[in-house]
Ligand binder design. Structure first.
Ligand code: ZN
Length: 151
């Protein structure tokens, strides 16, 4: 198990040091901001949604390693997915990081599994889910929606 934990740690550090899709999205049509006051993480998620499909996604902001890596992994996971698929991924991801396996709806989380370890650190769960809550706000709202903070 410790080998697996090291691997997970490496993936998280890689996404923290070289975040994917951390940029402004010029032709975005949905966006939202999220803030995790417990840790100071801030993230802005911008989406280009066409029909039911998330054609492009990017994030900006700054935060701890977990929040940045999670935002990076989130963008990779949802790009090209339908809105329904992205929401199913979010529900499963939240189930994995909170340890609520009964709520799992997708079998294969792929790389998102690397963040499963945060379930042992309750303070970090909000760091890991911030980008996802912000994604959900962006999907629910129109362009330029009000800033939100996670629960
Ligand atoms: Zn954090």
């Amino acid at each position: 198990m410790s080998d697996l934990r090291d691997l997970y740690q490496q993936v998280i550090l890689d996404h923290y040091r070289k975040p994917r899709n951390q940029q402004a999205l010029i032709d975005a049509n949905r966006s939202a901001e999220g803030h995790n006051p417990l840790c100071g993480d801030r993230v802005r998620v911008a989406l280009k949604v066409a029909g039911d499909t998330i054609e492009d996604v990017a994030f900006e902001g700054s935060g701890c390693a977990i929040s940045t890596a999670s935002a990076s992994l989130m963008t990779e996971a949802v790009k090209g997915k339908t809105v329904d698929q992205a929401e199913a991924l979010f529900r499963s991801f939240r189930a994995v990081v909170t340890g609520d396996d009964g709520a799992l709806v997708a079998d294969d989380l792929g790389k998102l599994e690397v963040l499963a370890g945060v379930r042992d650190y309750p303070v970090r769960i909000k760091c890991a889910t911030l980008a996802w809550h912000t994604l959900e706000s962006a999907l629910a709202g129109e362009a330029g929606s009000e800033p939100v903070s996670t629960e």
